[in-house]
Design a binder for this molecule. Structure first.
Ligand code: ZN
Length: 316
């Protein structure tokens, strides 16, 4: 079944992608940033998947252990995954042993294919609900959504779905390092895991935290997402890698939490005054002034208000 998220997404995509582009071999190069002794991240551009960005817009990362490389979210296509591997090989020749996928949205996991083509023995790890949803058919929807949004650049990408479940508080000991799982309930997507690379004190938050960009909330809840931010901020890691946007210290988490909490509490206050979502928009946008220059703010703030109203009503 197509989720509301995908319908909205497909609509947006159809508006963007009209011309047809040839399938690509590899996404154009983006630089690696070393953020901790064993940890590197490619910070993708901000925005929706498009012809211009070749569908690439997330933050793939990897951690080099004694035994090999652990990848987190290898991107939105086989072409993105290949670019990640190319950049990885500039700093290590070790094989990829494990891949963590933070959640079900295709911009984070469709790059798995490139990893498995190069390293067939790599273990693919994700939230049990992510594995279930993709195996129930959502995988093909993401493949075609990405292909449409890039006018065919990602053609050849196929779904390679994780088969190792990661549940809350699980720990994976890999090559002398520890990867601890935080699986918040009903946060960004109902399929989320956040991964703490303990020795490097780095958290990969998935889309539970975003920086300089606003995300879609159609698959999540404000309450759950705020709780996820609180929980992962309390870990007090040195470095936080958001699902999209620049990495940084814990302020990346608290800043996004502030956006969510301000929006949600103001919607509640306005709702209690009897305002409709249309009537309350001006007050809410004014309260969110620090975020008005964030990517996608204009596009997402209206839907976020409507979703917050629905969430409030559902809780009554
Ligand atoms: Zn997402």
């Amino acid at each position: 079944m197509k989720s509301l998220a995908q319908f909205c997404f497909a609509f947006f995509v159809a508006a963007l992608a009209s011309a047809s582009v040839q399938a690509g071999e590899q996404v154009r190069d983006y630089p690696l940033t070393k953020i901790a002794p064993h940890t590197y991240v490619i910070h993708g551009p901000l925005g929706y998947p498009s012809v211009e960005n070749q569908g690439f817009m997330n933050n793939p990362g990897f951690v080099i252990t004694n035994d090999g490389v652990v990848v987190i979210d290898p991107g939105s296509s086989v072409q993105a995954g290949r670019m990640l591997l190319k950049q990885m090989r500039t700093v290590t020749n070790k094989p990829v042993t494990h891949v963590f996928n933070t959640h079900v949205h295709g911009d984070h996991w469709l790059g798995n294919q490139a990893i498995i083509e190069a390293y067939p023995k790599a273990k693919l790890i994700g939230h049990p609900e992510m594995i279930k949803k993709l195996n129930d058919g959502e995988d093909q929807q993401w493949v075609s959504t990405m292909e449409k949004s890039t006018a065919g650049f990602t053609k050849g990408t196929r779904a390679v779905v994780p088969d190792v479940p990661a549940t809350d508080n699980a720990e994976f000991k890999i090559g002398g390092m520890t990867f601890r799982i935080y699986a918040p309930e009903k946060a960004h997507s109902h399929t989320d895991i956040m991964i703490l690379a303990v020795e490097d004190s780095v958290v990969f938050t998935g889309d539970n935290v975003l920086n300089q960009t606003i995300g879609r909330m159609v698959d999540g809840t404000f309450k759950g997402n705020i709780a996820a931010c609180d929980r992962i901020a309390a870990v007090k890691a040195k470095h936080y890698v958001p699902g999209h946007g620049p990495s940084g210290d814990v302020s990346v988490v608290t800043n996004y939490r502030q956006y969510l909490a301000t929006l949600f509490s103001t919607v509640k206050q306005q709702y209690d005054l009897g305002k409709s979502d249309f009537e309350m928009k001006g007050v809410i946008v004014a309260k969110l002034k620090p975020y008005q220059n964030w990517n996608r703010f204009e596009l997402e703030v209206g839907p976020h208000i409507s979703l917050a109203v629905l969430e409030l009503e559902a809780a009554m």
